[in-house]
Each structure stands twice: as C-alpha cells, then as structure tokens.
Design a protein around this ligand. Sequence first.
Ligand code: GDP
Ligand code: MG
Length: 595
Amino acid sequence: MKNIRNFCIIAHIDHGKSTLADRLLEFTKTVTHREMQAQLLDDMDLERERGITIKSHAIQMDYLLDGEQYTLNLIDTPGHVDFSYEVSRSIAACEGALLLVDAAQGIEAQTISNLYLAINHDLVIIPVLNKIDLPGAMPEEVKDQIVDLIGCDREEIIHASGKEGIGIEEILYAIVHRVPAPKGDPDAPLQALIFDSVFNSYRGIEVIFRIKNGSVRKGDRVKFMATGKEYFADEIGTLRLQKQPKEVVECGDVGYLISGIKVAREVKVGDTFTHIHRPSPTMIRGFEEVKPMVFAGIYPVETSEYEDLRDAMEKLQLNDAALVWEPETSAALGFGFRCGFLGMLHMEIVQERLEREFDMTVITTVPSVQFNVINSKGELMRVSAPSEMPDPNFIGSIEEPFINAQIISKSEYVGAIMTLCMDKRGMLKNQIYLTADRVELQFSMPLAEVVFDFFDRLKTISRGYASLDYELSGYQESDMVKLDIMLNGDRVDALSAIVHRTKAYEWGKKLCEKLRELIPRQMFEIAIQAAIGQKVIARETVKAMRKDVLAKCYGGDISRKRKLLDKQKKGKKRMRQVGNVEIPQEAFMAVLKIN
Ligand code: GDP
Ligand code: MG
C-alpha cells in the first residue's frame, strides 16, 4: 500500500489533460507503441469525434523509481462545467491532483472550480504549466497566476508539454514523492467506494471502485450497503488498457468488480460495498447529491418503444450518475420521461448516447429550468415543465433560480461582456483585475438565461477569450409567463416555454418564425400561433405542399420509386406526429435558436 499513488488530472477544458495522460501511459509502458493513439483514454466514439472528455477514465500504471516499484492509478477527468460531477467523484478516489494550466491561456474559470473541488477533498496539488512548447506561451505570467491562486512556491510548478513529451519524468517523480500513499487499514473490514459503473451486455454491470479499508478477494461474498443486495465477486481486478483479472485487490487500490449484476437499479454510484462476513458498520461518505440545472422531456419517436427507452435510461444512468429522470406524460407526445441535466451539453450527450449505445430514436422537448411557483393557496410547487405551470389565476408568485457567474476574460472584452450580461438580466457584482490584462467579472444572473446559448455568445463576443463557471445562488421572484404554441389551433404542450414577461412578445414572434422554417410542408396548411393565456401574440403559416414528390417517378422504374420512399422514411427519423402535424426534433429546440 505504501507504493500506491492515486491521482487525477484536473484542468480547464482543452488545457491538455488527455494528451498528458497519453504521455504518462507511454512513458510508463502501460501501452505499447502499437496500441498508442491520441487521447487514448477518450474511448467513447462521442469523445473522439468531439475531442472532449465526457467520462472520467481510470487506468493503472507501473513505475520503477530508485529501485522501488510503484503502482500509479491515474484518473483523467472532463473539463467542461457540465461534467464537474464526474470530476468530483474522481477526486474522492484520489490523494493527489495534477493541476494543468495552459501556458498560453492562463488560469480559466474551470481551473479554479476544479481546483476548489480538489482542495475541499484535501488533495495534494501538483501545479503543472502545460503546453510550454507553444510559441504564445507566457510561462512567467502564468506562473504568477498559479502562485497567486494556490499559494505554492514558484519552484513547485513543473514545466511540461504533453505534446512534446516535456516534463513527463518530473511529473512522475512528483507524483511519487509529493502525493501521499493511501491511508486506510488493510486489516479492517472491507470498505470500497463505488465511483463509476458500466453496463456490459455480456457480462453484466462492471463496478469501478476504490478500496478505503480492507481488501477484496476473488470469490468473496460482498454486499452493496445502500441497496442491501449481495453478490459473489466473480471477477475482480485492476484497470489496465484492458481489464486485468486479479486474485485480490488491496487496500488503497482502484479496481473493478464483475458479479453478473443485470439490473441497473441495483448499482448506485457513491455506494459502499463490504463483506458479508465481517461487514463494515459504516458507509464511506458518498458524493454530494447532483443538482440538475436543466430539465427536458425525452420521448421515444415510436410510442411502442417506451419500455425499451426506460431500460436504456436505466443502463445509461449507471454510467452517468448525473442523469436524473422520472416518468412523465405529455398530451402531445404520450409516455416519456422528465429528465434533469447539468447543462445543455450534458443533455445533448445523453440524447446521443441513447441513440448510439442503445439504438433508441428519441425526441427531446423544450428545455427549462426549475421554477418555484407559489399558488394562490400559498402552496409551493416545483415546476420544471411548462405543462405543469398552473393557470395564471391560480398563481400567487413565481421564483426563478439565480446563479453566481464567474467570467474570466481579457480586459478589452469587458464592455461587450457587460452588454451581453445586462441583456440576459444579469447584475454585475464584482470586477477583479487578475493581472493588468485579465479580468474576473462576477454576475448575478437568472439561470434560465445562462443555460441555453449564453456560453456560445460569450465565446463569440470575446473571440474565444472568455471562460465561464457558475453555481446556484438561490431563488428570486420573477415575472415569468407561460408562452403557448398552437398548431392549427391545438396547444402543443411539448412546445411551450416559460419566459420572462419583458421578453415574451419578442420570443413569441421569433419562435413562430423559427417554427415556420423548421416544420416541413405537409399536405395541408399549418397555422403556428404563440399565445399567452387566451391572447394570441404571433402567427405564421406553413403553406401546404403542392406537388407529390412521387409524381416525378410516375411511370418510372419501381426501384427508383422505392429508393425515394426509403429516403423519405429515413428523413422521418426524429419526427413526431402531433395531432395530424409532423414535427421534427429541431422544432422542439427552436427556442434555443432564437436571438
Ligand atoms: P483536455 O480537454 O484537457 O483533455 O485537452 P486535450 O488533451 O484533448 O488537448 C486539447 C488540445 O490541445 C488538443 O488539440 C491537443 O493536441 C492540444 N495539446 C495538448 N497538449 C499540448 C501541448 O503540450 N502543446 C501543444 N502545443 N498542444 C497541446
Ligand atoms: Mg480530455
């Protein structure tokens, strides 16, 4: 145990975590030259395509230093604010963290928030100045920032480049010498913290854990403390590039367990498992509860796939502990699920994973934050779907969630950022010059204005030189109204939105225009109307389709006709019939595309 080191890599997105992880794996010969590919740990297709880390990934390395053999467990973590829950769980399994800062970018918002997560868990921080090979690197300036932020000595900061392989040996040396070995009592009753899990259709659920006390042997009978379920440890081992089965996983180590668990609900990330014989009386302090920020409905395109979708959601939840959901019905869409996400990127990823990993075709409805509605009887209702909003006559008041937003940027963009934030109903709380050229701005803003397109707009106006982090600060009373959308006179609950009254007219108008673009022509005319209560505030029309697309094939050969029909069928993916109108997925997201 004295030769085990558990550490994670934390940083702002794109500061080079995954690339540095590659170099560490290479240097320690954990992967052969043949197996090596860039951002090796980002093994999900989605991660590779988007070039971002979504999941934390654990991998074990051997390292020989001064004649001692060390076991290093590395956990690579995502940097995007939507996935900070992944980061906080990884941190709970570690004693140390490499804090990477891009030498050309300097400290960004998630550098700070991830650092605080690590400090809260008493992790030893090893500061690394990364990407020093870049021509635009400003090592002295960024080192000043790091010293300011964590109060370390300048000499503690390691110069590195994941790309060029600079500083790798020094980092490994620092991990061995600065990160403490795991504490814990190898002879105490077993306590293993489950910090991740994966559904495997052949072998059942794989549980990833970190042992705090005791040890576990292959074949042991173990009990998951939160669920009370008991299993045999059919296979245990450590995580290399492939899983490496072992007879025993020791105190302090990170490993996996397979015991033929088929039911997703039986595994809870954050749970502790222990032995049936000589059980531990206490669980390990789990993780803070996830606070979803954005809610939306997820519905199967084919209503008959509701049960399959439930099954898929349960399996996905195993691997995405930040996803929360419950059943919901919509007048327009039928049976589906109300889901809570950490942000829009998280929502997008969930939708894509359902489609890719579970072969589901789903519709996601208009996203919303959660409002507190105090009804006329003085009762508090939590409303996260416009359809749950009571009739205006029964509403006493509505409170909406507010956040403290922290934006770091260059001083030349301060004016543009202020304008954007004011437009989003934000209030400037504080302005701190980090250096002559870098400013930290703190705003109080409604969450609803930030979760949707705010970040993209911030990036645009600052030419990429702004980073954002935020936390919920509480609820404040706001003048919100429900904006209904009607198609041919029928209200479509899945298209309505809750918006601030000052913006309702503009939104209604723009939303109708956008929907007109997005809803394809059909055999009949479609009237699109926006209404507040009984009052219609905007109207657009989708003209009827004039020509039968098949007409061109009249008399033509049948295979061509069939191809065309097939093409139409494919085009139908992600469309839902509401009443007699076909609505494509993009229409449900139209609200996000106005401005
Ligand atoms: P992550 O989001 O923190 O995991 O960052 P990645 O490892 O995915 O790297 C983000 C981008 O920076 C990629 O395009 C990398 O090729 C690039 N990059 C990573 N490390 C270095 C480095 O040391 N020097 C340079 N010049 N580029 C790097
Ligand atoms: Mg990464």
